[in-house]
Write a protein that binds this ligand. Sequence first.
Ligand SMILES: Cc1ncc(COP(=O)(O)O)c(C=O)c1O
Length: 397
Amino acid sequence: MIPYGRQSINADDVQAVSEVLTGDWLTTGPKVVEFEEAFADTVNAKHAIAVSNATAALHLSLLALEIGPGDRVITSPNTFLASANCAAMVGATPDFVDIDPVSYNLDPEALRAGWSDDVRAVIAVDYAGQTADMPAIAQIARDHGAFVIEDACHAVGGQFEYEGKRWRVGGHPWADLTTFSFHPVKTMTTGEGGMITTDDARLAAKLRRLRTHGMCREAHEFTGLGDPSLDERGPWYYEMQDLGYNYRLTDFQCALGLSQLARLPAFLERRRRLVARYHQQLADLPGLTLPGLHHALDQSLTSWHLFTVQVDFASLGRSRTEVMMTLREQGIGTQVLYIPVHLQPWYRRTYGYGPGKCPRAESFYQRTLSLPLYPDMTDDDVDRVAKTLRELLRQPS
Ligand SMILES: Cc1ncc(COP(=O)(O)O)c(C=O)c1O
């Protein structure tokens, strides 16, 4: 079976995890700090905070920015549930504006048109790895005094050029906080896992506290209110400054993260080569639109988490289910990413959203299909997927 996405684990990864498993630290130990520092270095950020998954990263980001009831958070409808759910988790209202037809990312013009006075944050998602138009999005948000979070779960290791300069996702000035996922189908994995990067030391310290129950152990952070009866603050002493969570990532996961981070350049290079091969093989197929790169930023070093094509199923006279099932019978996995979040029953029930709110995302959903893409995929695998798809889409139904 050629799956639509899959982790790549080699002997070095296994060795790295085994060493930690037989050592002294299983939960928070030295590998956490090592992984955070190496990741910050890779993306050119001042601070990186490792957390248990990217949903936790998004939740903590909004908490650290003190977004809550009465606030509105705008994100893309073309994303996984977590990019919007995090707003509801802090009591704010998640809202959506439509996507750009080329990048399938949040459209800055739609953001400007859909702005309202209660918007306090924008969560821009780098769909399929392509960086959202961060300079334009940040300009709109900052003009209104709102924060920008970049949901870069698909864009680990991504880079882009803007006004002649190369920037790294997670280390550029157009996001206050950037979140990454290390779920197995993502660019690199820790099993479950996530990271937040920022250049803001105050936000970083707050995120670290919130990751562990809002606790602090540093003397300069103490208020003393935790122990009014005693003047003694011995080595046991800690204070809870905020209501936080247990969103920690384990030491053995961070060991895997470090090992995977060393392989990241090779992963990215392999993904780019596979995408180039898909483009060669599928370029002239009628009824099929290949993924495009938006010209607002130079995206030639995008991280290619997904290879998503658009298929005109209606004019081909075949349903998407039929195409997916036939591919599956031939050992090829595909996926549909994403059902527009505002159409989910909970969002319709809770906020009264429904069809017509984001027409471009809705029509994108009708036609989208993600083909297999992962670093251990071979050239022959790409050829097989392309050949099977060509035959299937050319055949009369
Ligand atoms: C765009 C996006 N945001 C957030 C998440 C949540 O990531 P995690 O599974 O690490 O919580 C995902 C995961 O699928 C995602 O694709």
